[in-house]
Design a protein around this ligand. Sequence first.
Ligand code: ATP
Length: 646
Amino acid sequence: MFRTGIRRCGALARVATSSTKLLSARAAFPASFSGAASVSRSVAPLKSFAQFNRLYSADAAVAEEKTPENAAVGEITAFRDLEAIGVHRNLLDAITQDMRYESMTPVQAKTINPALKGTDIVAQAKTGTGKTIAFLLPLLQRMIEEDPTLATRKAARSARSDDIRGIVLSPTRELAEQIATEAKRLCRRTGLVVQSAVGGTQKSAMLRQTQRQGCHLLVATPGRLNDLLEDPNSGIDAPKLAALVLDEADRMLDVGFEKELNAIQSYLPKDKVRQTMLVSATIPDNVIQLARKMVRPHDFEFVQTIPEHDTLTHDRIPQHVVTVSSWANVFPSLFELVDREVAAAKEDPSLPPFKAIVYFNTTSMVELAGELGYQRRQSGQLRIPTFAIQSQLSQFQRTKAADMFRNSRTGILFSSDVTARGMDFPNVTHVIQVDAPRERESYIHRLGRTGRQDKGGEGWLFVPPMSANSARKLLRGLPLKPNKTLESAEVDLNAVEELPAYHEETKNLIQALPRKLMAGAYTSLFGGQLTDREQLVEDLNDWAVKGWGWPEPPAVSHSWARNQGLLNAGLNIQDGHSERMHRDERRGDRFGGDRRGDRRGGGRFERRASQDPFAEMGRRARRDGPPQQRSRGGRRGGSGGFESSW
Ligand SMILES: Nc1ncnc2c1ncn2[C@@H]1O[C@H](COP(=O)(O)OP(=O)(O)OP(=O)(O)O)[C@@H](O)[C@H]1O
């Protein structure tokens, strides 16, 4: 009976999904970004850089917008027109001829213009809207302006590793590599040499290459950059540094890079004016703290591209929330959704091929999902490629998986938060998040892996009951809509005589997996934000016994249970089973970041007493939360919001 139900429901769901997808497909491959494209027109060349500078000081821009003469300047949206105000042709040719971008996106138009005059910048724009070029172009232009010889190819021959002119910092290795690739494309027609320096790779090999080829722009993770700068024998130095960028600035403090950032600051030249840019789609309070520390208080602009009452997510991306009644239903529901969407895309050639990222909060769950995906492919149940990325893999494995997924037309990437920020995988149609994310920002950035460049896509969130309250609080005000089209989501394993098809399949696959892997996944789930941990024990025990077919739940040690405050909660406590769990406990980044656990706070950055130039920025930053603040202020939330409808 249940199987029939699945089939019927599946058909209905296909109809629903198809219509969603048709809408998405229409937005799927636009000629260029909306907004930027719609206002693109030819602009009369500006007479001088000074005129440009004057018009684009932030306050002046607002005031001057009204006059017809200045309105023309405010409308520069074509890259080509930047040549008239001094941007080097070799940079612009790379954009317009090699990359074939003609119009700036709104964040590019709003950021590039003020950034070109050297003002420090804090910029906020939604995910996938072109922030990378928004900071790279002015950064490279500034380097050329300070040393015009860098504009032509022959400058590359005399590049040195101790004369770095620009630094971009990224919180994750994959993102640093991606930014370096984009920067190399922009520099192709110039003499600017770009290098990357990330953890997990051989420092000595990177140093040899940098010493041999030289470096003008270094894209790095903070840990590795600090390591290079503090090593007197590295040969890496930046005495004439023109500009420093912190991409995904808010994440830097989240993953505990505060110490490194302080140290890096201390190695940078003090006797030279440097431009600093902080960029992110989310600007929580810690970015304001970072700005206080890194940005020149009286020469900075806050570039805000998100209208006041807008959400930080894209309206065109539907966000579905599926309440699974037990952890036992998570993988069956996931498989049901994947099969349904793969089939829908195959049936309808107007739809883009199914390409999904599935996010989990812990590395062990990514490992488990990766194995299940692999087994499904082996057994012929799934006919698209699957990949997995989490921080415990070697950097080589991580890079390889990211590259393969990037180049795949279709496929599934199981991932921790290491790919949640900035990663630009083309044509991702679905972002599926399992369990309540640790932070609201995480949810927003993960979702931002789809719907990039104005394309379509959809978001799914699977929430087990024990995380439901924290998910609701965390995501209040976002336009999540309950979705009940997945039959596997509400199965009660205690009430069925025969396991439904997707549950049966999952159980068979799990039985072939190493017990250590399953036990690791089990214990890792106790790390999240849970409202009822004892209920979680009960639910996971049920999953282990009925869903995996184990005679009893995985064993945990007495000390682990005590540390979790769960000595009398029904865990299978046995001595001698502690190793795996203690290892998990010790793993600093089991939640998927590139660094240690959450160390929010950044207490070192002191508040200014009065006349605070950053206070205005704090007011204008679009938080879209945090929830408690929003509810106090009676902000949006409105109809269709997660809170009211779920
Ligand atoms: N002017 C443009 N026209 C068309 N495409 C562009 C333009 N600028 C950038 N892109 C492309 O848009 C995609 C998204 O850009 P990018 O990765 O810089 O977004 P982002 O805002 O930094 O996203 P995130 O917030 O996720 O870091 C990239 O593939 C990029 O090459």
